[in-house]
Design a binder for this molecule. Structure first.
Ligand SMILES: Cc1cc2nc3c(=O)[nH]c(=O)nc-3n(C[C@H](O)[C@H](O)[C@H](O)COP(=O)(O)O)c2cc1C
Length: 178
C-alpha cells in the first residue's frame, strides 16, 4: 500500500516555532507516511495579483494540497486570533474552483505562550475550515499551553497527557485514511 501523504502547515513562520514542532511531532506519531511541509510565507492575498497570475509559491502550495491525503495544521494564537500567515494561506487556498479544500481531511492543533493554549485561534481556524467544507478530524482540542515548557530539545512533546491526545488523534486519522 502507498504511504499516505501528510501536508504540514505551520501558521507560525519562525524557525523554532512550537506549532511547527507540534505538527512534526504529530506526523512522527502517525507512523509511516510521506511528510511534506508547506510554506505559508506567501505574498499577501490580493485579487489584483491573482488576476495577473498566482505567485509560484502559491501554485506550489495548491499542488501540495491537491496531493495531500490530510493536512496537519499548527494554528498559533496572535492577539486572540488566527495568525496572519495562516489566514492568508487559507485565503489563497480558498480561491481555486473547483475547490481544492472541499472534503480535504485536516487535523488542527495549537501551541501558544498563554495559559489557554491558543483556544480562541483554534476555534477560529476550525470555523474557517468548516465554512470551506474541510473535513476537520474531531476530538478533544489539542492545545499546548505555555508551550516553551512542553517540548524537549529534539522537538518532542514531553507532556504525557498532550502526547497521548496527539497519538489518539493520529490513530483516528490513520483509521480515516486506511
Ligand atoms: C503578535 C503576537 C501575538 C500573540 N498573542 C497571543 C495570544 O493572544 N494568546 C497567546 O496565548 N499567546 C500569544 N502570543 C504568544 C504566542 O502564543 C507564542 O509566541 C507562541 O510561541 C507562538 O507560536 P510559535 O511558537 O509557533 O511561533 C502572541 C505572540 C505574538 C508574536
Amino acid at each position: 500500500m502507498t504511504k499516505p501523504v501528510l501536508l504540514l502547515l505551520s501558521g507560525s513562520l519562525r524557525k523554532e516555532s512550537f506549532n511547527r514542532k507540534l505538527i512534526h511531532h504529530a506526523a512522527k506519531t502517525f507512523g509511516p507516511a510521506e511528510v511534506v511541509e508547506g510554506d505559508l510565507d506567501l505574498p499577501l492575498f490580493n485579487e489584483d495579483v491573482e488576476a495577473i497570475g498566482n505567485p509560484d509559491k502559491v501554485e506550489t502550495l495548491f499542488e501540495q494540497v491537491k496531493r495531500a491525503d490530510a493536512l496537519i495544521i499548527g494554528a498559533p494564537e496572535y492577539n486572540k486570533g488566527v495568525s496572519g500567515p495562516l489566514k492568508n494561506g487559507i485565503d489563497w487556498l480558498s480561491r481555486p474552483q473547483p475547490s481544492i479544500l472541499k472534503d480535504k481531511i485536516a487535523v488542527v492543533m495549537s501551541a501558544a505562550g498563554g495559559r489557554t493554549g491558543g483556544e480562541t485561534a483554534h476555534f477560529m481556524t476550525v470555523s474557517i475550515l468548516t465554512q470551506l467544507q474541510v473535513n476537520v478530524v474531531h476530538g478533544p482540542l489539542i492545545l499546548v499551553a505555555q508551550a516553551k515548557n512542553e517540548f524537549d530539545e529534539s522537538g518532542a512533546l514531553t507532556n504525557d497527557f498532550l502526547a497521548k491526545q496527539v497519538a489518539a488523534r493520529m490513530e483516528r486519522l490513520r483509521g480515516m485514511l486506511s
